[in-house]
Design a protein around this ligand. Sequence first.
Ligand SMILES: Cc1cc2nc3c(=O)[nH]c(=O)nc-3n(C[C@H](O)[C@H](O)[C@H](O)COP(=O)(O)O)c2cc1C
Length: 310
Amino acid sequence: MKFPKLKSDTILAPMAGVTDVAFRVLCRKYGAGMAVTEMISANALARRNKRTLGMIDIVAAEKPRVIQLFGQNVEMLVKAAKYCEDKCEVLDLNFGCPATKIIKQGAGSALLERPNKIGEIVKAVSSAIKIPVTCKLRLGIRKNNINIVEVAKVCEEAGAAMIAIHARTQKQGYTGKADWSWIKNVKDSLGVPVAGNGDVCSVEDYVRMKKETGCDFVMIGRGVVGNPYLFKQIEQFNKKGSYSERDRKQQIEDFFEYLESAEKYKVGFLHVKFHAQSFTKGFIGASRVRDKIGRAKSFEEIEKVMKTLE
Ligand SMILES: Cc1cc2nc3c(=O)[nH]c(=O)nc-3n(C[C@H](O)[C@H](O)[C@H](O)COP(=O)(O)O)c2cc1C
């Protein structure tokens, strides 16, 4: 199955505890071509675990909807993918998570050591469902054993419609610099579209990532936390070659828009607290405000604290 045509070449990266439905909808409104859910356990989904079913919080407003699954058991992944098939337009497989509790199960980035297993998973899932399957990869386990080009080729041959690459190794976690030269190597070796990911925090980073790697899409994670306006700036830049700076007023307005949507979609309180704190990034006196948000016990209290910033 072919990867769908997107309205723009930016993608909101999946982030556990961050990319809830209200945040995804806001990023889509600001110009992200696609927004991915946080990773969802295929094993738990296949068993119809109630809490996991509740994590599938996608809505029509974010079409094309993308659910990300992690797992290592082919049968469970196929079952979970079939459950998701009529709820989204794209299914993403996580082969990049470096968290200990995930790699201990042999899932996420642990699979990078087993390209054949990745091929088996991608083939089984992509032939079991009628929507495109994408893969999110890292460079490899460690610096002296980078195998991203091999793994990406395996994914493509097994039926993946798009490959996203976080240009760090498993051992790097989220530290050190992302090495974009590998994104270029993969782009030069594949026929399917490639999304480059890692360390894009500004319009200038976005431009550089596209220029240096030739990637089809730029996937952004931490750079838009507390700052989804970056998607808008990239959109403006692509339309007219310049973009407007985001001021404090805009930053607070963005948060209230998020909050309204969070109430509408019944987003969990911890998510809202997290976002309220991130939207105060860069404000003078922000740490005091963040403390107050940390102690808040309701949406209304958060709203009150944020209003003091207006
Ligand atoms: C808090 C947090 C949660 C994350 N959760 C996921 C996840 O659920 N699935 C996934 O594939 N990657 C996850 N990632 C990795 C991001 O998608 C992305 O690859 C990484 O942050 C690098 O991109 P960036 O430099 O733009 O943040 C997470 C990252 C962070 C910071």
